[in-house]
Design a protein around this ligand. Sequence first.
Ligand code: 2YC
Length: 269
Amino acid sequence: MTRLTPDMIKDVPEDKIDLDTRLLQATGKTVKGIALEAADLPDDTDLSRFKVAVVPITSGLGIISGFSASVDAIVRRLGMDSHVTKGTDVNGFTEAIREGADIIMMADDNMFIAYNMKEMKETDNSWGTAKGYAVALKNAAGGLEGKRVLVIGAGMVGSWAVRFLKDMGADVYVTDIVYEKAERLKEYGAKPLRDVMKAISENTLLLNAAPFIIPGEIIAEGSIFSSPGVPHYYDQLGRSKAKAVIHDPLEIGAAVMAVNSAGYSIRKE
Ligand code: 2YC
């Protein structure tokens, strides 16, 4: 899993990039709209009764400055009642339990989860990111039924994305610098491609789930990139040829996690 740096997320707490405006242009939906669709919830779902606690975790490589504040801000923008616990780790977790949090969100070096305390169900970041970016691509492309989509990167996010895109009716191809990883996704009905650059140059609907900087020369005119992978960079030529490049360092994945977690309670009502 690629570790975020404080610089990557510095604009998230105040939403300085105005992500919703960009997403509306590319997909017709806001982060909240994408998250509700990803969680199979109605667009008018009221999330304000959910109390979320974000717990900073100091294990391993430790706290990422701004990470908890960013997750907290993203969840507040969904209309939920969110805060960062004063304590970290088990201390913070205990604080969240005692104040009756409905959902707890926390990340160490290997996992980032939203945990629904009442339903005892978790939603992890790979699942949330893959679902959110598949939904974003579907909206940007005006539906994926019968359309060819290339997934770049057969890691945790890519392998979930393959499944979600197949569920949306897409004809899914997958490529990875380690061909065997792409080949393993045949079990989900994806078609592995050996030549990464050729695959990218021959596709115009792409979900880029790899930490991979794609040279503009190989990008096909009019491509739509749904691109959660970090580090994220498309050169001037690539951006001029692409119809849309959908990216954020944390928002869509974290929003889908929180909304899907709330969904476990909503569906029980
Ligand atoms: O500040 C904290 O609580 C740290 N323990 C957070 C560490 C997050 C590590 N994971 C990542 O940077 C990325 C995130 C997008 C989530 C998954 N990988």
